[in-house]
Design a protein around this ligand. Structure first.
Ligand SMILES: [Zn+2]
Length: 375
């Protein structure tokens, strides 16, 4: 079960007292950690309690330090350390870092506590994840075909966006988001606070930009060979293998014009203000078309932020399709999407009986009189 959740103002008070003591002994270090300390001082975890409470059983030994672990992970990334094992050791020996995290216990949590917490946040069976890692898969070499500059991979399954949009309008779109807790964490603890500070722009007409970016996997696309071909002297076999990142696939990085092995990090950004802050993040398969992810992302942002009114929708040519326009009409949003460069319709032709348009956008006849609808 989850033990008591410390109020944010209590954490702030405790931190202030501790920092006063450090000011005498480790002043220069305090100054160098200034930004990281401010980050944690402002990170209010009060609104996270109702989100994480259902993840813990109502009985058993109380789980401690959960807030401390969140702060510790934020601090870890802020100080550019990426190994949880090394970081847990560092926290154990560094009293200042330990105090900044605001742990409840006298001793720093073990490495296992960090992993246990992260497994809990990911709403997917951990056992299944391990099984997927051990399962052997077909080897897919890097695709040879190259695409042109700024060209994107076409949608593999035609008509899929239309089917998904129809399901969404009937509220029957399937739900699969193991990262849901992390999205709520971003929404309630960070985005809501940014909105209060006025960093997102006007809450009653927010403009949002949708786009996916390549997220390179750290794992090797060669996988781990488990066959005995090597002993037989065959080095370039294509036998099934194990992959340490079972979700990673080949995707096309249209900006760098090369294939990449990994996932797509799909972002929704509040684009009204100069800050361009992300309000929604989701990782999807690299081979998935952005127009498919957009349908899910639209549904999710409306559910995550019932207090915001989304007005303008900004996206690239990948989202230029009729079902997306219909969906935006359903949500009462205005699309700003460039027309696909491969489109065959002509826009530069002149109609023989229209000489020009007036300031209201009405066509003018050769006699200089505006046309009237059904006139
Ligand atoms: Zn083999």
């Amino acid at each position: 079960m989850l033990s008591d959740w410390q109020l944010h103002k209590d954490y702030q008070e405790n931190l202030k007292i501790k920092l006063l003591l450090y000011q005498k002994t480790q002043r220069s270090r305090l100054v160098s950690l200034d930004k990281s300390i401010s980050k944690l001082y402002l990170l209010n975890l009060d609104t996270l309690l109702p989100i994480v409470k259902p993840l813990y059983p109502n009985f058993g030994r109380p789980t401690k330090n959960q807030q401390g672990i969140i702060r510790s992970l934020v601090l870890m990334l802020d100080l550019q350390e990426y190994s949880i094992t090394n970081w847990a050791k560092k926290i154990k020996s560094d009293k200042l870092l330990f105090d900044i995290c605001g742990f409840e216990t006298q001793n720093a949590p073990s490495v296992a506590s960090y992993y246990d917490f992260l497994t809990r946040l990911w709403l997917n069976s951990h056992k299944q994840h391990v099984e997927r890692k051990l399962k052997q898969r077909q080897f897919h070499p890097k695709p040879k075909r190259k695409l042109k500059a700024n060209q994107k991979l076409p949608n593999k399954r035609s008509g899929i966006v239309k089917r998904l949009v129809n399901r969404l309008i009937k509220a029957k779109l399937p739900r699969f988001s193991p990262e849901e807790i992390l999205q709520k964490f971003l929404a309630r603890c960070i985005v809501d606070y940014s909105l209060e500070l006025g960093l997102l722009g006007n809450a009653s007409s927010i403009s949002v930009a949708f786009d996916g970016s390549p997220f390179y996997s750290g794992a090797s696309h060669y996988g781990v060979k488990v066959c005995d071909c090597r002993i037989k002297g065959i080095y370039n076999c294509k036998c099934p293998r194990r992959y340490s990142d079972p979700d990673a696939t080949w995707g096309w990085d249209s900006y760098r014009e090369r294939w990449f092995f990994g996932d797509t990090l799909f972002n929704v950004t509040a684009s009204d203000s100069p800050n361009d802050l992300p309000i929604y993040l989701k990782t999807v398969q690299a081979s998935r078309h952005d127009s498919v992810t957009t349908v899910f992302a639209l549904r999710d942002i409306f559910e995550l932020y019932p207090n915001l009114k989304f007005k303008n929708f900004l996206a690239d040519g990948a989202m230029d399709n009729y079902p997306t326009y219909e969906l935006l009409k359903h949500y009462n949003m205005i699309p700003f999407i460039p027309i696909d460069s491969r489109t065959k319709a002509k826009f530069d032709y002149r109609h023989p009986s229209i000489s020009c348009f007036d300031d209201k956008g009405r066509p003018i006849c050769p006699g200089g009189i505006p046309y009237y609808n059904w006139g």
